[in-house]
Design a protein around this ligand. Structure first.
Ligand code: F6P
Length: 434
């Protein structure tokens, strides 16, 4: 595994003005591995060099003198519930706990850091942000796509920014890492801190991204509707497509919470359509025996059936529309078999990510934002705040973007529970392809 060590700008010499009872002890670590197959394995692990993360929290001494610094906030990539909670909490923590007097919000993602776009920075004060958490979206707006790294660093230097908070998912964090590397190359004392935003919950080594809980909770409405419709007609089939490009966490968690799904199809689990044991014959058995079915499919599932070209501005491969494809395939299959079905297709699309954060996410956003501020004030850089084993952590951005977090069906308790809850078979690959 890549190093988990956090880079710093230098020695912390200023006593922190933020009065906290429990400052973080500099060397406190959070173990990567929390489960061992036996006490012997545990002892063996501890005799080796265990892998651990730095714990997040306020430091007694800090690197920057808060009176004289400016901080910047940028929000990039797709929208996500909780962005405004994070912006608000960063501003409140910087202002009230540390006494920072100049905080700039750069509008429209990384475009806001490139002069030629002409997006003027917004001065963020407690008055400006005090109620923004009640709204969905981003108070600063967002954009996808990378920008010229050198131009962005020039602008940060020109604006006198000493800590840049980058709120975003994989693409944003890759951008933040490039900014951090350029700053390091120029030997500038500017900290770059990421805050992990994505409804997909797919950031490596972070147990939960903010916005995920709200998004999967909202998805339940669509599954309920699909279940009502499926039960409201002979041979009713409710098909729900949910976001989740590489990881099926939204589909899996909303299915588990609703308890109505009979099939959950996710990018991590391959399936075939036809042939013995494949999806369509399995659905047929369910319809013939139970008279209704609810299917939840993540947008990244079954992409092998679709042809697509190119990437979106964030560098993500463009996906084919698996929802409509499955709708048509199911209708065609049952028509050929002469079995009348009533299929209702629901795609809640952006509805699941455009609302304000639910209370759980809202609290989480506050913690992440405060820890991001603590890290930045202590001169930590090139890092993202996160959570591991239920403890807040600081993680090098390079590690967070080194791979996507995906559900691992072979070892995951979550997937085992999905199989138990839905009753779907372990595999829906056609026997012929095995
Ligand atoms: O990455 C988060 C996400 O919401 C994905 O689930 C979805 O595929 C994607 O963004 C869609 O975003 P947009 O249409 O804004 O590019």
């Amino acid at each position: 595994m890549k190093s988990t060590k956090i880079d710093t700008l230098g020695e912390c010499t200023f006593p922190s003005p933020a009065r906290y009872r429990n400052y973080i002890k500099e060397k406190t670590v959070v173990l990567y591995k929390a489960e061992f197959s036996s006490p012997e394995e545990f002892l063996e692990y501890h005799n080796m060099e265990p892998v651990y993360f730095e714990k997040s929290g306020p430091s007694e001494k800090i690197y920057f003198d808060p009176m004289w610094i400016s901080c910047g906030i940028v929000t990039c990539g797709g929208l996500c519930p909780g962005i405004n909670d994070v912006i608000r909490s960063i501003v409140m923590e910087l202002t009230y706990r540390y006494g920072v007097r100049r905080i700039l919000g750069f509008p429209f993602g990384y475009q806001g850091l490139v002069k030629k776009y002409g997006h003027k920075p917004i001065e963020l004060t407690p008055n400006v942000v005090s109620h923004i958490h009640r709204d969905g979206g981003s108070f600063l707006s967002s954009s996808r796509g990378s920008q010229d790294i050198s131009e962005m660093v020039d602008y940060l230097v020109e604006q006198g920014i000493k800590i840049l908070f980058c709120i975003g998912g994989d693409g944003t964090l890759k951008g933040a890492n490039a900014i951090y590397e350029e700053i390091t190359r120029r030997d500038k004392k500017i900290a770059v801190i990421g805050i992990p935003k994505t409804i997909d919950n797919d950031i490596n080594m972070i147990s939960k991204t903010f916005g995920f809980s709200t998004a999967f909770s909202k998805s339940i409405d669509a599954i309920y509707a699909a279940d009502v419709e499926a039960n409201g007609a002979p041979n009713g089939i409710g098909l729900v497509k949910l976001m989740g490009r590489h990881s099926g966490y939204i589909a899996v968690n909303s299915a588990l919470a609703s308890k109505d799904a009979n099939f959950v199809l996710i990018p991590e689990v391959d399936f075939d359509l036809e042939g013995e044991g494949a999806f369509l014959p399995t659905l047929k058995q369910r319809i013939l025996s139970r008279g209704h079915a609810v299917i939840v499919i993540a947008e990244g599932a079954g992409q092998k059936f679709l042809q697509t070209d190119g990437n979106d501005p964030s560098g993500n491969k463009k996906l084919g529309d698996i929802g409509k494809f499955m709708r048509d395939k199911i209708i065609e299959y049952f028509h050929e078999k002469n079995i009348p079905v009533n299929l209702k297709y629901i795609d809640p699309s952006y509805i699941i990510r455009s609302m304000p954060a639910n209370p759980e996410d809202s609290v989480y956003c506050g913690f992440l934002a405060q820890n991001a501020v603590h890290a930045g004030m202590a001169g930590k850089t090139g890092m993202v705040v996160g959570m591991w084993n239920n403890i807040y952590t600081n993680l090098p951005i390079s590690l967070a973007v080194s791979e996507r977090k995906v559900l691992r069906p072979e070892t995951s308790d979550l997937w085992r529970t999905v199989l138990a809850s839905t009753g779907q078979p372990d595999s829906m690959l056609s026997r012929a392809s095995l």
